[in-house]
Design a protein around this ligand. Structure first.
Ligand code: MLT
Length: 409
């Protein structure tokens, strides 16, 4: 008899964005003529930068000639991309990260989900609430939780985020000791950013408690306000207590192409039961070389082009475009009387709808043909909010603003 992994049965509903897709499809099927505008899942809409497209074409041509053909690549990523990452994303900003600490992958979602394999089944995990569901669900699948009741799994520690704490919890909010905390800033879903002092408090806590921070920086390219940290490694002593995830999805429009990376610093350790420290970087190397055959050569050449002078300018212009979308939506909703967090330094707006978030989602879908994301899908503390994503064409964003204004006026 094949025993199933019963942990999967604890997961209450389908993945949030799958449930939304079902509701949107049902609405579209019932209203075939409706022009639905999607401001739900954070999926980019603008084409890739011309410099990236050119690099992808060149890489395809490399595969057409025996001399330049590439088969299996290094599982950790090609040196050309690891070096470009270390130099451009870290060293040029005065941050100490070396190329051999950078592990290229097919995206931050996979890495965030896979990293927890490195830890004992009994480690105590803390997440923010609201939270990107992947951090929670992957730990449920791994058996680190009990069942869910009222939107929360027993065994997980939740750090409630609200306007009262600026949607950034502090270590003092921990109700009990934990071993691992997931932090994401700029935050998905709230769009909130964390100051260097706030992140330093987490780093100091982690070093003091022999704990680990899993820092998701997938949205760092949206930061425009000077002084907001782009990386956890801007904090003193973060190398001894943090792993960082980055993604080209939102930075460079790679949601369909798939590329991201994880930084595991040399010297970063977790501990055996007897207290012996064990380096995590060789563990992650072993995990990736065993279970992952690397991100494609063509994709990595495309990602490398993001760091060329043209690629950097073009991708920045696209992010500026999305940020202007966010500003327009934020202004319109603020004028309608809604409290909105995010939307500056982030592509996400977190809107206090002062009511049931799935009902508000359904109202906007049915009456405005606009897709958002109900806050309850991100956790109990997300109830009462919706998330609006700024990823769309200007035409659609302006059209959505007009529709929202008439439905919500
Ligand atoms: C989101 O909408 O939260 C993101 O697109 C999900 C993801 O990046 O996986």
């Amino acid at each position: 008899m094949v025993r199933v992994n019963e942990n999967y049965l604890k997961i209450q509903a389908s993945y949030l964005f799958t449930e939304i897709a079902h509701r949107v499809k049902a609405h579209q099927d019932a209203n075939p003529g409706a022009k639905i505008i999607r401001l739900g899942i954070g999926d980019v809409t603008e084409p890739l930068a011309p410099a990236v497209i050119a690099a992808l074409h060149r890489a395809v041509d490399d595969e057409a000639a025996r001399e330049t053909f590439r088969g299996y690549g290094p599982e950790q990523g090609y040196a050309f991309l690891r070096e470009a990452v270390a130099k451009n994303d870290f060293q040029d900003r005065g941050i100490d990260v070396a190329a051999d600490e950078v592990f290229i992958s097919d995206g931050a979602k996979c890495d965030c989900g896979n990293i927890q394999e490195l830890f004992d089944a009994d480690v105590k995990i803390a997440v923010t609430d609201p939270v990107y569901p992947v951090y929670v669900d992957t730990n449920v699948m791994a058996g680190r939780t009990g069942t869910s009741s009222d939107g929360r799994y027993s065994g997980l520690v939740y750090l409630s985020c609200s306007a009262a704490n600026g949607f950034v919890p502090s270590p003092a909010d921990l109700p009990e000791p934990v071993d691992v905390v997931y932090l994401c800033y700029p935050n998905n879903p709230t769009g909130a950013t964390a100051t260097k002092e706030q992140l330093q408090a987490w780093v100091d806590w982690a070093n003091a408690k022999k704990a680990l921070i899993l820092f998701d920086a997938a949205y760092e390219a949206f930061i425009r306000t000077p002084g907001i940290p782009h990386s956890i490694y801007e904090c003193a002593n973060a190398r001894s207590c943090a792993i960082e995830f980055r993604s080209y999805s939102k930075t460079a429009g790679f949601t369909g192409i798939r590329c991201g990376y994880t930084v595991v610093p040399k010297g970063l350790v977790a501990w055996k039961a007897d207290g012996t420290p064990v380096e995590l970087r060789p563990f992650w190397t072993r995990r990736q070389t065993t279970k992952f055959n690397g991100c494609s050569y063509i994709t990595q050449r495309g990602a490398e082009a993001v760091y060329s002078p043209e690629g950097a300018a073009q991708t920045k212009a696209t992010i500026d475009f999305y940020l202007e979308n966010a500003r327009l939506v934020k202004d319109a909703l603020s004028k309608l009387g809604y409290d909105v967090t995010g939307g500056t330094d982030s592509p996400y707006l977190w809107v206090n709808v002062k009511g049931d978030s799935w009902e508000f989602f359904d109202k906007l879908l049915k009456e405005a043909n606009v897709v958002t994301t109900p806050g309850a899908g991100f956790g109990r503390a997300g109830e009462g909010f919706i998330r609006i994503s700024a990823f769309n064409s200007r035409e659609n964003v302006l059209e959505a603003i007009g529709r929202l204004s008439s439905v919500l006026a």
